[in-house]
Design a protein around this ligand. Structure first.
Ligand code: GDP
Ligand code: MN
Length: 396
């Protein structure tokens, strides 16, 4: 699987800062007081209520908002309204800002980093801390790798007191802040499995000039595979912010991750999907996506999958690899045919279809404008050739 971006987060739902803050607040993480607003008038009202300096923060689920001009530190209601007018409607990394978090400003003495992530390599949750907070953790890892302290958590023992001490000492935390730091680390740790997160991050974790710890930013990625346990999550995913194809796939019951290659893949079973992607790479191609239609998919789900793949403008060939068991080849063929009766695909479609009801499936596809392959290697080679322009679209 090297070369694909499936490790690490997998398929995750990234929360907005204010949503992440609501969750970590339940675990006792100290936060500035604030409110979410959508108009300059409301920004003024909240600033007046909070009094003093406030921070106006664009709510888009991407990092680097500060650099993009999406965060403003202002003096009072007038300046809050002006800053809100400026930031609302702004685009940050392609996302339009529709909401702002207005928070009381904090006098910062130092910015720390504290986060938890699933480390798939060691199959453990890892807690990380750094005295170089405020910037992306990837940047910290590059610029000041020795400043990043990591402790690996035993799944049965959890976060141990000595590990909290190791983190605190590693970032040079003043002893006077240890009790607060310890409570914060424990709260963050409790939050992680309870919310089915793959990442929880406080960055920056500010040390205030008054000598207190407070979370200025929070980031949470939720594991898509746990969606069924959290019906409330549907309300968290904002249709304006989601990749529309990933959203469509989720609604159709498909596991779909967009990648940056040219060969669209439709496969049943995650293992077979990965093997298919690897064999595409082996023959010199690059997968445009990971897509698992799951077991026993009916024609409608197959059709939804093919529509999603064909809607990706990077796709220059489609490889359908079905190993029928619970999944019936005739259903798959009917799904393919129904899409081809609606739209004329602009790229060749190569199909390898074996297993349950294979003959019926092949018979249905004989009428379709697709290329049939006998083996997976043959199918991958045909797809790679098609992308290289050796085969013209639509030719067998
Ligand atoms: P990001 O750039 O998208 O990660 O947004 P952050 O929420 O991390 O904010 C970026 C930076 O804004 C922080 O690193 C702080 O330097 C600054 N900032 C945010 N809130 C406050 C605040 O209340 N007081 C001060 N002084 N700075 C703040
Ligand atoms: Mn941040």
């Amino acid at each position: 699987m090297q070369g694909h971006e499936l490790e690490g987060q997998g398929n995750s739902l990234k929360l907005q800062e204010y949503q992440a803050k609501k969750i970590v607040a339940l675990y006792g993480i100290p936060l500035p007081e604030g409110e979410i607003v959508a108009t300059p008038q409301d920004a003024r009202r909240v600033a007046a209520r909070l009094g003093g300096k406030v921070v106006i923060k664009a709510q888009v689920p991407v990092g680097g908002r500060d650099k993009a001009g999406g965060i403003a530190l202002v003096d009072g209601p007038d300046a809050a309204e002006a800053a809100a007018r400026y930031i609302l409607g702004m685009q940050i990394k392609g996302l339009v800002v529709r909401e702002l978090l207005v928070e009381e400003a904090v006098a910062v003495a130092q910015e720390l980093y504290l986060g938890l992530v699933v480390d798939r390599g060691s199959r453990r949750i890892v807690m990380m801390a750094s005295a170089e907070g405020g910037v992306d953790i990837e940047e910290v890892a590059r610029r000041a790798p020795t400043s990043l302290v990591r402790v690996s958590l035993d799944p049965f023992l959890g976060l141990r007191p000595y590990q909290i001490r190791e983190l605190a000492a590693g970032i040079g935390l003043p002893p006077s802040l240890f009790t607060a730091f310890s409570a914060l680390a424990q709260g963050l740790y409790d939050c992680f499995p309870a919310s089915d997160a793959t990442l929880v991050e406080i960055n920056p974790l500010a040390v205030t000039q008054a000598g207190q710890l407070i979370a200025l930013d929070a980031k949470i990625l939720l594991d898509d595979n746990a969606f069924y346990r959290h019906p409330d999550w549907a309300a968290l995913s904002d249709e304006h912010q989601d990749d529309p194809r990933e959203r469509e796939a989720r609604e159709a019951g498909l596991s779909y991750v967009k990648l940056d290659g040219e060969i669209g893949c439709m496969v049943n079973g995650a293992g077979l999907a990965m093997a298919t992607m690897d064999i595409i790479q082996h023959h010199g191609g690059r997968p445009a996506n990971f897509l698992d239609i799951g077991g026993g998919a009916r024609a409608e789900r197959v059709a939804a999958a093919l529509r999603i793949i064909l809607a990706d403008e990077n796709v220059r060939a489609v490889l359908i690899n079905i190993f029928g068991g619970l999944t019936r080849c005739d259903e798959v063929a009917r799904g393919i045919l129904s899409v081809l009766s609606e739209i004329q695909p602009r790229v060749p479609i190569i199909v390898r279809l074996v297993g349950t009801n294979e003959e019926e499936g092949q018979r249905i596809l004989a009428r379709a404008n697709v290329t049939i392959a006998e083996s997976l290697a043959g199918a991958a080679q045909k797809a790679v050739k098609a992308v290289r322009g050796v085969l013209k679209a639509g030719l067998p």
